[in-house]
Every structure is written in C-alpha cells, then in structure tokens.
Design a protein around this ligand. Structure first.
Ligand code: GLP
Length: 234
C-alpha cells in the first residue's frame, strides 16, 4: 500500500519524514536504510535538530560510487558523515566501500551486512528516470547488491556535484530492488518539478522495469512524501 503525503515544500517534507523516523525508533526499529542526494537533506537537517538518539541503531546506506575512496568529498560516505553521522552517530554505519579491491567480494560482503541487519525503515529518493538507489531502468526486480553502470542521464544529473561531467564515476555499487523491497517500511521523498514525471509513473503507471520505483506499488508499507511541484502530474 502506498500512502501519499503532499507537502508545501521540501522543508515540510523533511519534518514529516523525521516524525516517521521517531515513530519507528520508538517502536523498537533499529536498522535504518539511508540515502544520499539533495532530496534527503531536509530530513537529515530535521533529525540533526531533533533529540533523536541513534546511538543504539544501525544504518545501512543504499549505494556508493565505485572507484572513489571513503574520504573523497564526492563519496556518499563523506556525504553521510557531513550531513548526519557527525551530529548523530549510529552504533554502526554501513556503506558499500567504493575503493574495495575486489568488487565481487564487496558485493557479497554488503549482502551479508543487509541479511544480518534487516531494514526497519528505508529512506529513498527517486531519479528523474525513476531509478531508486542506483537501480536504473531495466534493472531486474530480484537483484541484491550489485555493481551498476550508470545511465547517461544519471551521469548528467549527478554532474552538478562534480567539477566536470567527466569526473562523475561510471559505476556504482547499489543495493538491489530485491533488498529494498524486503525493508519493513519505506519512505520515498521527491521534491521539485523535475521529479513530477517519475512520481506519476511510480504511482499511476504500470509496474515495470521502465520505471524501477513502480515496484513500490507491490510493497505493503510505503509512504511517499512529495511537494506540490513533484505531485503536479498525479
Ligand atoms: C542519485 C542517488 C539516488 C537519488 C537520486 C536523486 O543517483 N543514487 O539514491 O535518489 O540520485 O538525487 P537527488 O535527490 O539529488 O535528486
């Protein structure tokens, strides 16, 4: 079941998401699946301001670029430290390791992490082409962690965080849709007009690999938090 919450703006959206984090924690949830990108920033800001305490909780991130070190400012590890972990430390925080020497082993390691830490609440953003994590259109819905080649449109969209488009990594490790769907509860956030098409396809379109996020129609506890612009095509 998908519950849709339309908010005025991303600030309001972040407040709603923060409330849900608190409810899950109060309800003895201990494992939080976290996301990067500009979308979850207001959520992290609200969590940082709040008195929520994650020191007995575990975080498991969705994805990481391949080939960059955890201390590289472009890495998702760096992003998480900067916006959340340095203010709100978890008992343990897991991310795929971008510079792991052996990608096959890294994928196996991460699947083990997820299997040992079943996710109570997963936070998601959505790509303009409907991707979740880095599960691009065409991805198999049963996949666990895997190494993905980023689509040209994702490289372009993410280039805004890099000096040049050529600097955007071409590959990433991503939790698969199979793993995401095992999360007990999911929040998907989308803000801004550039997400309106993907949001409509996710909620009203057919469940299809053309829009990976549409698979969420089959999950029994999804909360979609959208601002008015992202809800415009619903
Ligand atoms: C990236 C991330 C996704 C994220 C998406 C949208 O490619 N891998 O997890 O949801 O882009 O990013 P943004 O929130 O910056 O629009």
């Amino acid at each position: 079941m998908m519950k849709i919450i339309v908010v005025k703006d991303s600030e309001q959206g972040g407040k709603e998401a923060c409330k849900i984090f608190k409810e899950v924690l109060a309800d003895n949830g201990t494992v939080f699946g976290l996301a990067t990108g500009s979308t979850p920033l207001t959520t992290y800001r609200n969590l940082v301001k709040d008195d929520i305490d994650f020191s007995n909780a575990i975080s498991v991130n969705l994805d990481e670029y391949v080939g960059i070190k955890p201390d590289n400012p472009q890495s998702y590890q760096y992003f998480m430290n900067e916006y959340l972990f340095k203010y709100k430390p978890f008992k343990h925080s897991y991310l795929p390791q971008g510079d792991a020497p052996d990608s096959k082993k890294e994928v196996e390691r991460y699947d083990k992490v997820i299997a040992e830490n079943p996710i109570d609440l997963q936070l998601l953003g959505i790509g303009r082409n409907g991707h979740i994590g880095f599960n691009e259109p065409g991805s198999d819905f049963n996949l666990k962690t895997h190494k993905v080649a980023l689509s040209p449109s994702t490289i372009k969209a993410n280039a805004r965080f890099f000096k040049n488009e050529e600097d955007v990594p071409r590959y990433a490790y991503s939790m698969g849709i199979g793993s995401i769907m095992k999360s007990k509860k999911i929040i998907l956030e989308a803000f801004g007009a550039q997400k309106a098409h993907a949001v409509a396809a996710m909620i009203e379109g057919p469940v299809s690999a053309d829009c990976p996020a549409s698979v969420l129609q089959k999950h029994n506890d999804v909360i979609v938090i959208v601002d008015e612009e992202a809800a415009a095509e619903l």
